[in-house]
Design a protein around this ligand. Structure first.
Ligand code: G3I
Length: 372
């Protein structure tokens, strides 16, 4: 064999040895890494193939919880800042700066935004319901067509101004919040000024206007306890009658303000019933309360969160977003219930570890990721 061929073969052999040794080194490195603890995993990565995992924030927690928010969540909701009294406290004077900051943060961090909420009987300034003389229309003996038209114009103007500003940025809106009565004698709550002035029509008016302003937005009806037997039948009745009229309602928001004593099976039944209407389902305000932070209570909360998220994953074909109503127990509307995934020091609780892998216990998940 001539010398040049010999030289070529020996160089090729050397190159092959090098490639194999580098390859095996990187495999060894990976194998070594596999054994190394990975640290606290990101929920948004764990759930990216199931549904958006979101959190409600305030202007304050956007700053104080930014690290947790950016790492763990793929969606955010303004806890109060995008409600009528947050955006249009005085007629015609819109204050968007805090909402803008939240929306821009979300877009800069690859997160979606749920808009909460356009039409609600609470946190809505009085002026929405006053006539030209400053009298509360819903408290008058006679409500005139002029009164109704004035209130419709305000409703539609609020929706138009807000949704125009966030069109293409806020992908889903809680168009109407909490319209169903807790009193089984009625479908709609009787104490809502929207209902008292406009009757049931206010819901259709709101959804049709919302769809006209931003046809790309997903429009949700949002409420609490509509997963419970006492309320879900009337909710389905209302939604079905609107859907049958072609009202553009795309989904239902089940708020999910629960405790560890609440039935999970009842929730699962409700999810199937709303899905049968052809509606997308968002769990919009999830928090699960416990009376104290004893080891036993935290473990019970963890197990409840594990079961609930296992069930959500089972229905991820219709559940497309799960939002926690806050990030840590340091900032929650339920300050005595310790309801969230992170504790008052913003550390992961057993509940956090429980949803990291719902096929394992929270202790197993924590040990695996932290190398305990
Ligand atoms: O902004 C004022 C502040 O200026 C004032 O100093 C302070 C003390 O009075 O009050 C502040 O407003 C508070 C607001 O939260 C913002 O922090 C209101 O008093 C307080 O009532 C309001 O509570 C919110 C509640 O909705 C109002 O109904 C909660 O933070 C919020 O988590 C809660 O969220 C609702 C959802 O929107 C709908 N589903 C139920 C859920 C829980 O109620």
């Amino acid at each position: 064999m001539n010398r040049s061929l010999q030289r070529f073969i020996s160089c090729a052999a050397l190159a092959l040895v090098l490639v194999l040794s580098v390859g095996s080194f990187s495999l060894l490195a990976k194998a070594a890494n596999a054994g190394e603890p990975q640290g606290i995993p990101a929920l948004r990565e764990i759930y990216q193939d199931y549904f958006e995992i979101g959190a409600a924030i305030s202007g304050t927690t956007l700053m104080t919880h930014e690290e947790l928010l950016g790492k763990h969540f793929s969606s955010l909701t303004a806890e109060n800042e995008m409600k009528p009294d947050g955006l249009q406290r005085a007629e015609g004077r819109f204050l968007f700066h805090i909402a803008d900051r939240m929306v821009n943060y979300a877009l800069d961090n690859g997160m979606k935004v749920r808009g909460h909420t356009l039409v609600w009987h609470a946190q809505t300034p009085d002026w929405f319901f006053k006539d030209k003389d400053g009298n509360r229309i819903d408290q008058k003996d006679v409500i005139t067509d002029e009164d109704r038209q004035l209130v419709i114009e305000r409703l539609e103007n609020h929706i138009e101004t807000v949704m125009t500003r966030y069109a293409g940025k806020v992908y889903a809106w809680d168009v109407v919040n909490e319209a169903i009565s807790d009193d089984g004698r009625y479908i709609l709550r009787q104490d809502s000024p929207w209902f008292r002035i406009l009757g049931e029509d206010f819901i259709e008016i709101a959804f049709r206007k919302a769809h006209e302003v931003d046809p790309t937005a997903k429009l949700f009806y949002n409420d609490y306890n509509i997963e419970r037997v006492y309320k879900r039948g009337r909710t389905i009745q209302m939604l079905k009658s609107l859907l049958d009229k072609g009202v553009p309602i795309h989904g239902v928001g089940i708020q999910g303000h629960w405790s560890v004593n609440d039935s999970i099976e009842e929730v699962e039944q409700a999810i199937k019933m709303y899905a049968d209407l052809g509606l997308e389902i968002h769990i919009t305000e999830l928090d699960i309360g416990i009376k104290d932070v004893s080891e036993a209570s935290l473990a019970r909360q963890a197990e409840y969160y594990r079961k609930v998220f296992a069930m959500f994953k089972k229905y991820s074909d219709v559940i497309t977003s799960v939002t926690l109503w806050g990030i840590s127990d340091q900032a929650t509307w339920r300050p005595n219930d310790n309801p969230l995934l992170f504790d008052k020091n913003k550390e992961p609780k057993p509940a956090f570890w429980a949803i990291v892998d719902t096929d394992k216990s929270w202790e197993e998940n924590k040990a695996l990721y932290l190398g305990l």
